[in-house]
Design a protein. Structure first.
Length: 398
C-alpha cells in the first residue's frame, strides 16, 4: 500500500460561487450549468484547472475544466491547491464519492460550501503517484471518447445515406445513376412526392408496434433489468441506474412486449423520442413505458425502419404528436400510426447491405465502450486507494 493522507476537501481546494451570465456576449468560452455546457460566451471566471460541483440539482454531476470557463450560480467552481494534489486526480477521486449524502436542500437537492469543505477525503501523498494514477484513468477515458466520436461519425454517415436515398431520392437506378437527378418518375403521396411504384403505409402494417408494461414490479437483489424511458440515452441504455426484477416478472412482461435483437426502442414519457437500435444478442432486460418497434420481425426492413424512426422526420413526428402538459408522452396509437415510405424490395436490399455495415460497427464499438468502462470503474477505486500500483495496472489491464 502507498502512503495516504487523510484530510477534508476544504484542505485542498477553495470553493467559489458561479455568477450571473446575462450580460455576457456570444463567444468561444464554455458556460457551464449543473447539467453541463449551456452556451459559449465571451468572458471567463477562471482559466486554470478546476472541478465544477453542482450547488443544486444532480449533485454527483461533476465536471473538470482546465481551460477558461464561466459557471452560473447553480454550479460551484474551485481553486485547487496544486502544491498538495493534482486537480484531475482530485476530480477522479471525487467521482467515487456520493455527494448526495451531503444534501442540505428540501424540495431541490442542494450543497453548501460548509458541507463540501467538511467532506472527508483520503488521497495519495506523493504528487508523482497521483499523476501516474490520473494518467492511467485518462488512457481509458481517451479510448472511450474516441470510440464515442467514431460512433457519432458512423451514425451521421448512416443518416446521410438514408437522406440521400429516401429523402432526396438519389438512390442508384438500374443504370447506376442517381434516380431523381436522372429524371426518375415521381408521384404524389401524403408525405410528398415519392418514386413511382413506392407507397406510404402506417408502420404497424409492416411490423408489430407495442409498448412495455405499465406495472411496477418490485425491486430484487438479482434477476433481470427493468428499463424505462429515463434509462434510454443517445449512447444506449443506462443499466447503472436501472433496477433488477425477478425472473417471473421478467417472463410475464415479455409475454406482452419481448425485446429481440434488431428491434427499436423509443422513449414515450418525459424526454420523448430517444431511440435505441437493439443489436445485443443476449437480451437481459424487460421494458416499461417504452415503445417497441418489432423491426426484428422483418429483417429486410430493420435498418431502414430504424433510420426512418431516428431521422429528422421521425423525431419531428414524435414531438408534433406528443401529448401532456406537465409531462410529455406518446400514445401507443401515435406510434402505430406513424406513416413511412415503402421502397421497392430491390432498393431495400441494396440499402441494407450498406447501412448494416455502419450500424454493426457502432454496436461493436458500444461493446468495447462497455468493456472499457467496466474495467475503468473497477480499477479506479483500487488505484485511488493505493491498493494496486500503476505499473501493475498498466501491465495487466490497459
Amino acid at each position: 500500500m502507498m502512503e495516504m493522507i487523510e484530510a477534508v476537501l476544504g484542505d485542498v481546494l477553495e470553493i467559489k460561487y458561479g455568477k450571473d451570465h446575462k450580460k455576457l456576449g456570444d463567444g468561444e468560452i464554455p458556460l457551464y450549468g449543473s447539467g453541463g455546457i449551456m452556451k459559449y460566451v465571451d468572458n471567463f471566471l477562471y482559466d486554470k484547472p478546476s472541478i465544477l460541483i453542482p450547488r443544486k440539482g444532480s449533485l454527483n454531476n461533476l465536471f473538470f475544466q482546465d481551460k477558461p470557463f464561466w459557471t452560473v450560480d447553480t454550479l460551484f467552481w474551485t481553486k485547487v491547491d496544486e502544491s498538495k494534489i493534482d486537480p484531475k486526480y482530485l476530480f477522479y477521486l471525487l467521482s467515487l464519492y456520493n455527494l448526495t449524502k451531503y444534501d442540505e436542500g428540501s424540495a431541490i437537492p442542494s450543497l453548501t460550501t460548509r458541507a463540501l469543505n467538511d467532506v472527508p477525503i483520503s488521497y495519495l501523498k506523493e504528487k508523482k503517484e497521483q499523476i501516474e494514477v490520473r494518467r492511467v484513468i485518462e488512457t481509458f477515458d481517451q479510448k472511450i471518447s474516441l470510440l464515442r466520436q467514431q460512433n457519432e461519425t458512423l451514425e451521421q454517415m448512416a443518416q446521410t445515406l438514408f437522406k440521400r436515398w429516401f429523402v432526396d431520392f438519389e438512390f442508384p437506378n438500374e443504370q447506376g445513376q442517381p434516380y431523381r437527378s436522372a429524371g426518375g418518375e415521381m408521384v404524389a403521396s401524403e408525405l410528398g412526392e415519392i418514386p413511382l411504384g413506392w407507397e406510404v403505409r402506417e408502420i404497424s402494417d409492416i411490423i408489430e408496434v407495442k409498448d412495455g408494461t405499465h406495472d411496477s414490479p418490485s425491486k430484487e437483489k438479482e434477476g433481470k433489468y427493468l428499463i424505462t424511458s429515463k434509462h434510454l440515452s443517445k449512447s444506449g441504455i443506462d443499466f447503472n441506474s436501472a433496477y433488477l426484477i425477478s425472473e417471473e416478472n421478467y417472463y410475464n412482461i415479455n409475454k406482452r412486449s419481448k425485446v429481440d435483437s434488431r428491434d427499436v426502442l423509443v422513449s414515450m414519457i418525459g424526454t420523448i423520442g430517444l431511440i435505441y437500435f437493439v443489436l445485443e444478442t443476449n437480451i437481459n432486460f424487460a421494458i416499461k413505458n417504452i415503445g417497441l418497434f418489432k423491426t426484428s420481425q422483418n429483417p429486410l426492413y430493420s435498418e431502414y425502419l430504424y433510420l426512418t424512426i431516428n431521422s429528422i422526420y421521425g423525431k419531428h413526428y414524435f414531438i408534433s404528436r406528443s401529448a401532456g402538459t406537465t409531462q410529455s408522452y406518446l400514445t401507443l396509437g401515435v406510434l402505430r400510426e406513424m406513416p413511412v415510405i415503402m421502397p421497392s424490395i430491390k432498393i431495400l436490399e441494396l440499402f441494407k447491405s450498406s447501412a448494416e455495415l455502419l450500424l454493426n460497427k457502432i454496436h461493436r464499438n458500444n461493446n468495447e465502450i462497455q468493456t472499457l468502462t467496466k474495467l475503468r470503474d473497477t480499477l479506479l477505486p483500487k488505484l485511488m486507494s493505493g491498493e494496486i500500483r500503476v505499473p501493475t495496472a498498466l501491465e495487466n489491464k490497459v
